[in-house]
Design a protein around this ligand. Structure first.
Ligand code: ATP
Ligand code: MG
Length: 354
């Protein structure tokens, strides 16, 4: 198959980790006889420096034509004092919004060889393998400008959804559950919020179309507790924007390192932007120390979700698993009795395992 991939390296360790993932994608192409073409564009701080804006028009135009987009990270202390509209993060928010990427997928898996790295007990983290599907373009973070008010005495934020916005994210979550373990937990606050009651209604309706999926509703406070007491309980979680933001960060402690967590922001036609959960890590940039696995796993998500290449995606994921089993790691992972290698060496090991 022919696929055109736009790479947005961004700032800090972004160029290192996207370059590592590109190498793995080239290995996949060679092994499976695909033709992957690559095009690189600027976003974030580097785009501000070179083109005077965090989101240049040619970057947006290229992303619109791409089959998949792989992003490193944006931002860093160099750009911290710029005014709001000129911040590197605006580039990332802008591209998600302009492309209408409404579903954020964050898989979290407790890799056996990294269990000791989590602040939680190994027997709690062991066996956890869950996916958080977070609504990304509506809900509490987007009740603006008209619904947001602050007159100095009273203040209002609005949690608004249209039924169709809930339907499309719920549809996505069923789709995800069906290629996983057929279990869906819809997380809300239906004992307090009207928006949560409509959310429940939609889930109950959609459930009829998917009799093979086990569905339950859980209040967000209960879900927050269960995530750290019994994470293996969950398969797919679907939830509102802010709830998803908070629960994803909470769930990230299960893996023990930010350097292991991939993410995807996708829309209905399959186009997606894939990126590691971590930031630009300016403290280690340019030293070949960055763990590339989160970005490599993000590339695997791109193969799975945007290109329908699940065998190829499985191949990358099991190569990552076996590199960890062989105890190769970067400094952030601190694998017991392991061999510490550089980021680029670790990526090479992944390619060799395929
Ligand atoms: P942002 O505001 O962009 O999210 P942040 O301040 O939350 O950034 P990161 O840039 O993600 O944080 O870095 C947090 C810490 O984790 C840093 O010490 C960084 O070196 C480390 N870190 C992040 N990503 C990686 C990685 N891929 N490999 C190794 N260490 C990493
Ligand atoms: Mg952060």
């Amino acid at each position: 198959m022919e696929k055109h991939i736009v790479i947005l390296p961004g700032d800090g360790i972004g160029p290192e980790v996207t370059n590592a993932a590109k190498g793995v994608l080239e290995t996949v192409a060679a092994k499976f006889g695909h033709n992957f073409t690559f095009e690189t564009h600027e976003i974030g701080g580097s785009a501000i420096d070179n083109q005077g804006t965090p989101l240049p028009e040619d970057t947006v135009a290229a992303c619109r034509k791409a089959d998949g987009i792989l992003l490193g990270a944006v931002g860093g202390p160099k750009w911290d004092d710029l005014p709001g509209h000129m911040r590197p993060e605006k580039g990332l928010l802008g591209i998600r919004k302009q492309l209408g990427l409404f579903a954020n997928l964050r898989p979290v898996k407790g890799f056996d060889s990294l269990l000791h790295a989590s602040p939680l007990k190994p027997e709690v983290v062991g066996g956890s393998d869950l996916l958080i599907v977070r609504e990304l373009t509506g809900g509490l973070y987007f009740g603006e400008p008209s619904e947001r008010r602050n007159n100095g005495q009273d203040v209002v934020d609005t949690l608004a959804y249209s039924r169709s916005e809930i339907e499309r994210i719920v549809d996505q979550s069923f789709k995800s559950a069906k290629v996983r373990r057929n279990k869906l937990t819809s997380v809300d606050k239906a004992n307090v919020l009207e928006s949560s009651r409509m959310w429940r209604e939609v889930v109950e309706e959609k459930k009829q179309e998917h009799p093979d999926v086990e569905v339950e509703h859980m209040l967000v406070d209960a879900a927050a507790m269960k995530l750290v007491t019994n994470p293996a309980y969950f398969d797919v979680i679907v939830t509102e924007n802010m709830f998803g933001d908070i629960l994803s960060d909470e769930a990230s402690v299960l893996t023990g390192s930010l350097g292991m967590l991939p993410s995807a922001s996708i829309r209905q036609d399959g186009l997606g932007l894939y990126e590691p959960v971590h930031g630009s890590a300016p403290d280690i940039a340019g030293q070949d120390k960055a763990n590339p696995l989160a970005t490599i796993l993000s590339a695997a998500m791109m193969l799975r979700h945007s290109f329908n290449m699940s065998v190829e995606a499985d191949e990358i994921e099991s190569a990552v698993q076996s590199v960890l089993n062989d105890k190769y790691h970067t400094a952030d992972l601190k694998v017991k009795d392991g061999t510490q290698v550089s980021g680029s060496e670790l990526a090479k090991k992944v390619s060799e395992q395929m």
